[in-house]
Design a protein around this ligand. Sequence first.
Ligand SMILES: Cc1cc2nc3c(=O)[nH]c(=O)nc-3n(C[C@H](O)[C@H](O)[C@H](O)COP(=O)(O)OP(=O)(O)OC[C@H]3O[C@@H](n4cnc5c(N)ncnc54)[C@H](O)[C@@H]3O)c2cc1C
Length: 333
Amino acid sequence: MLEIKKNFSLSKFNSFQLNHTAEYFCEVLSIEDCYEAIDFASNKSLNIYILGEGTNIVFSQNYKGLVIKTAIKGISAINNLVSIASGESWHESVLWTLKNNLYGLENLSLIPGNVGAAPVQNIGAYGKELSSFIHSVKVINLKSKKIEDLSKLECKFSYRDSIFKKSNNYLILEVTLKLLSKEVVDVSYKSLADYMIAEGLDLSKATSNQICRCVCELRSNILPNPKTIPNVGSFFKNVVLTIEEYKKLNKILKIPYYLDKSGGYKISSAFLIEKAGWKGYQGKNVSVSDLHSLVILSNGKATGEEILSLANSIVNDVLKKFNITLAIEPSII
Ligand SMILES: Cc1cc2nc3c(=O)[nH]c(=O)nc-3n(C[C@H](O)[C@H](O)[C@H](O)COP(=O)(O)OP(=O)(O)OC[C@H]3O[C@@H](n4cnc5c(N)ncnc54)[C@H](O)[C@@H]3O)c2cc1C
């Protein structure tokens, strides 16, 4: 029988180590556990919140309702279709695919968190997004309580966004990815290419395993390990502007852009935050990383309110200085 705990501390279940509680909490290891948890919540008319590893969440208050932590395991492949259960570690899954001669995920190596959360914000790094590899996502629809297989189109992926980020109506059970059976590497992302060249690698002969190693090294150099310095990675999304908006901004601040898939002018929020003077900012319990200005750090004592207050100050200041509204990336509870 599923163990459901009451007034459960979430401090070990979110990477900011925020000490808020869940009214009810359980960890699910199977589809049967999921249904038991969902029925428990229905019988008590409780809201449900689905939790992975908590590396992209800021709790600003106690959660009234049932927090379901997904820990369902399993990974298998039929040819180049790989199905991974939601409770598997994302990075371990990337390594598994490479070991099994399936390619494509190497640029997304070492992103913290579970596979179930990966489609939620359509994780991306070093020029690649998860959505390029999604075949389908198996979910429990929390309203109908039915299992559905959502196609890539139905997931409505866009930059750090999907149907799952907009609605809390789905518990993701399994993600099926369509990978490449031959290596076709992507070293077009400048900082990755620069690093590989500095490592003495020939880009024209680069392998997926080399990319995986270099991405891991690059990430470890600039992103603090949340186990030692609490953080959720990038706190703000990059900004996509129309050409008119970009021209207007460029009059105040000379800023590079690159064209995104939809033809928008994508600019770096890190650049805006740095130019607004926030890089390396030190508050009492919160600070802005001096290596990566999108990353807000806690000394382990910060409350959710302190973190959000710093984020709001940055948003307001960037708006005042550059007339650009930054969007917050993690889920705020
Ligand atoms: C140091 C660091 C670096 C990072 N770098 C990147 C990066 O390069 N690119 C990037 O995209 N992200 C990055 N992130 C953010 C984070 O790693 C990803 O968003 C990751 O997918 C979150 O996984 P998680 O299991 O911790 O999810 P959680 O934080 O637990 O949850 C995130 C969201 O997903 C929902 N969710 C989780 N599991 C499920 C499920 N099974 N069903 C339905 N909804 C679910 C939650 O409700 C929540 O809304 C980084 C974070 C850190 C700390």
